[in-house]
Design a protein around this ligand. Structure first.
Ligand code: AMP
Ligand code: MN
Ligand code: MN
Ligand code: MN
Length: 284
């Protein structure tokens, strides 16, 4: 199987490489098939497409949409949509407005804890006014000595549980899937093993709702998940007839996050329908 990566981030969201640098890095790592999946934004497309044509990488359009399911943030990956679909572009811009509102609230919450100018600090790190990710705030907190590492920043200051009562909800899973489908794409459930559910819910409830909403596939291979973890999700994919994708969730090579290299992931397990197979079908 050719080297692939269907989940990574550029400076358009919370990555540290520009779209072009990201494609070049993927090429350097011998990745042949790539999707850039920025949070709620497909603004990398034109630049990334140009660079990928120059180096001979097959680029699939991608996005990672923030949704809310029973008060939990769930990420839905979209692939193979028309990146020039104006309605889709507008819909994603609406989600980024929610990000902008949330950034102001995060700034207030941090201020109450004695941490001032967090939004300005996060903006400087993102090198723009908006949109901001919690990642940018986490980097600000680490750089200014408020916490030691990314996990601590997320847990101590930026956790869903700290923000949930104060910030607006993202869109529903159904809405995100409809947006992706209406732009001609397919929807995949991102990193199923990263969610922590309250006692009344399990992963399987989410997967059933995702399928009911029209979801196509699941991220079977994720970052540094073990072969047992991969096989666990692969079994679910087979049982529920979901297609399979995989990605590193690469954000940066500066070692502040999970320290993974782009394309450094396991192949998609056998006896599964892969993302590339279903996209070929839609094109032909
Ligand atoms: P946001 O989308 O602005 O809410 O920012 C959340 C981002 O923080 C995610 O997209 C990841 O990049 C990062 N993140 C949060 N929790 C984790 C985690 N447990 N492991 C790795 N990255 C995480
Ligand atoms: Mn991220
Ligand atoms: Mn995610
Ligand atoms: Mn991601």
């Amino acid at each position: 199987m050719l080297k692939y990566d269907y989940h990574c981030h550029s400076t358009i969201s919370d990555g540290t490489l520009t779209p072009s640098q990201l494609v070049l890095q993927a090429h350097h790592q011998k990745v042949k098939s790539l999707a850039i999946t920025d949070h709620d934004d497909i603004g990398s497309w034109q630049e990334a497409k140009k660079t990928s044509e120059n180096v001979g990488i097959y680029l699939i359009s991608g996005v990672e949409i923030s949704t809310t399911w029973h008060k939990k943030t769930i990420h839905i990956l979209g692939y193979g949509f028309d990146p020039e679909n104006q309605q889709f572009i507008n819909n994603l811009a609406d989600i980024r407005q929610l990000r902008n509102q949330r950034a102001i609230i995060i700034d207030q919450i941090l201020r109450e804890k004695g941490i001032v100018n967090a939004i300005q600090g996060a903006q400087k790190i993102a090198q723009r006014h908006e949109p901001l990710s919690r990642t940018h705030f986490a980097r600000f907190l680490i750089m200014n000595g408020y916490c030691k590492n990314f996990a601590e920043a997320m847990n101590k200051f930026l956790a869903d549980s700290i923000l949930s009562e104060k910030v607006n909800k993202w869109v529903s899973i159904n809405t995100a899937i409809d947006w992706i489908n209406n732009a001609g794409g397919v929807a995949f459930l991102a990193h199923p093993l990263r969610y922590r559910f309250p006692p009344e819910f399990e992963l399987i409830d989410l997967i059933k709702d995702f399928i009911k909403a029209g979801g196509d596939g699941i991220e079977v291979v994720y970052a540094k998940n073990s072969s047992r973890q991969i096989e666990y999700i692969a079994d679910i994919a087979r049982r529920y007839n979901l297609s399979a994708s995989g990605g590193s969730d690469f954000h940066t090579d500066d070692n502040t996050m999970n320290g993974i290299e782009i394309g450094d992931i396991a192949p998609i397990p056998k006896n599964l329908r892969s993302l590339s197979q279903i996209l070929e079908k839609t094109i032909n």
